[in-house]
Write a protein that binds this ligand. Structure first.
Ligand SMILES: Cc1cc2nc3c(=O)[nH]c(=O)nc-3n(C[C@H](O)[C@H](O)[C@H](O)COP(=O)(O)OP(=O)(O)OC[C@H]3O[C@@H](n4cnc5c(N)ncnc54)[C@H](O)[C@@H]3O)c2cc1C
Length: 326
């Protein structure tokens, strides 16, 4: 399909970008690796495309006064994957970034774009007027649903496509958002919305708002953490199943845990069941096995995706044991 016509604006300030985004049908453009495909495939329209590329203040990784890290939304995924300070302090994020797509896409794609990308459901991306596009049904429910969700579906059964979001959620990161009324910080845990809350959007962002940066709290700096991703193919691909884990220990017992599943639900899915199963305990074989079972206890698979249940059970068990062994 040819690319439709649109006005292309490159604002020189965040304020100007927000003003331009206030025009109906305007869309944010960061690296364009997702946006341009959506426009070309007519998933949605944009009368105006507002590029963030000139906003240098949205790039880079800097320490915060509180001892955490601030990552600009325009920082590329390659920069996140290769950053020495991220690798040392928040290794699961660097690991997740290095698992995103292909080297070319990581060079062009940005962290902000990765968090705000549209779902990859083949009905949504295809010529189907599905619920998320304003239609009246989810075609995946009765259709081809091997790669769809096993948690939180309800009316639309997408999985959230980002690899970096689960890792950031495990670290209890927040995003800073700029809009016409100024700046606000939103914990990533409250950034994504389930289909039952709003089926046509994925986040709480308003059309004239921009994610400017991601904030990582000092409390998780250097904590044992990991991101594991399983793909259908060995080459670049989205997660069929994945898990981000960040744990803090007191002595040999888990004091605090954050466990977030990817490829599991329409949003990065926090598994409170696993967190509860390991908090206050040593990570011995029995605890880990019970935690892995807890991960899938509330799963509601569709016709073709029950295979994800043993997959999630196995990766949760393997990653917990990996952390237990140090
Ligand atoms: C072939 C292919 C394979 C891929 N595989 C993976 C994978 O394995 N794992 C994975 O995580 N991702 C994967 N992706 C997705 C890819 O990582 C995203 O396309 C990329 O991260 C988006 O970044 P971008 O800067 O190009 O965003 P853009 O394409 O510019 O924008 C994406 C969306 O986010 C919005 N947006 C962008 N930045 C902001 C901002 N700062 N504030 C508000 N809204 C914003 C845009 O309006 C748009 O809707 C894949 C993509 C492709 C094409």
């Amino acid at each position: 399909m040819p690319m439709p016509n649109f006005a292309y604006i490159q604002p020189k300030s965040i304020q100007e970008a927000i003003k331009q985004l206030s025009f109906k049908g305007a869309r944010v453009h960061a690296g364009g690796t997702d946006l341009l495909g959506c426009l070309r495939d007519e998933i949605f329209e944009a009368g105006k495309v507002v590029s963030l590329r000139q906003l240098k203040e949205l790039r880079g990784v800097l320490p915060t006064r509180e001892g955490g890290l601030r990552i600009g939304a325009l920082t590329t995924i390659t920069e996140v994957a290769n950053s020495q300070v991220i690798k040392e302090r928040y290794p699961a994020l660097a690991q997740a970034a290095s698992e995103v797509a292909s080297p070319q896409l990581r060079n062009q794609g940005t962290l902000g774009g990765n968090l705000c990308q549209k779902p990859r459901c083949w009905y949504y991306r295809g010529e189907f007027h599905c619920l998320r596009k304003g239609g009246d049904q989810c075609f995946a429910y009765e259709g081809e649903n091997a790669y769809h969700c096993i948690f939180g579906g309800n009316m639309c059964y997408i999985v959230h496509p980002s690899d970096t979001a689960p890792a950031l959620l495990a670290y209890e990161a927040s995003v800073r958002i700029a809009g016409p009324r100024g700046l606000r910080a939103v914990p990533l845990a409250m950034f994504y919305v389930l289909p039952k809350e709003a089926v046509k959007r994925e986040t709480v962002l308003k059309p004239n708002e921009i994610v400017t940066e991601v904030l990582l709290p000092a409390a998780w700096k250097g904590a044992p953490a990991t991101y594991r991703k399983v793909r259908a193919r060995r080459s670049w691909d989205f997660a069929v199943a994945g898990v981000a884990l960040a744990l803090r220990f007191r002595g040999d017992k888990v004091e605090k845990a954050r466990v977030v599943l990817s490829g599991a639900a329409p949003v990065p899915w926090r598994s409170k069941e696993v967190e509860e199963a390991i908090t206050g305990r040593q990570l011995d074989a029995e605890t880990v096995s019970l935690a892995a079972q807890a991960a899938v206890k509330k799963a509601e698979p569709l016709k073709q995706n029950a295979y994800k249940i043993p997959l999630f059970r196995a990766i949760v068990e393997e990653e917990l044991l990996k952390i237990a062994k140090g």
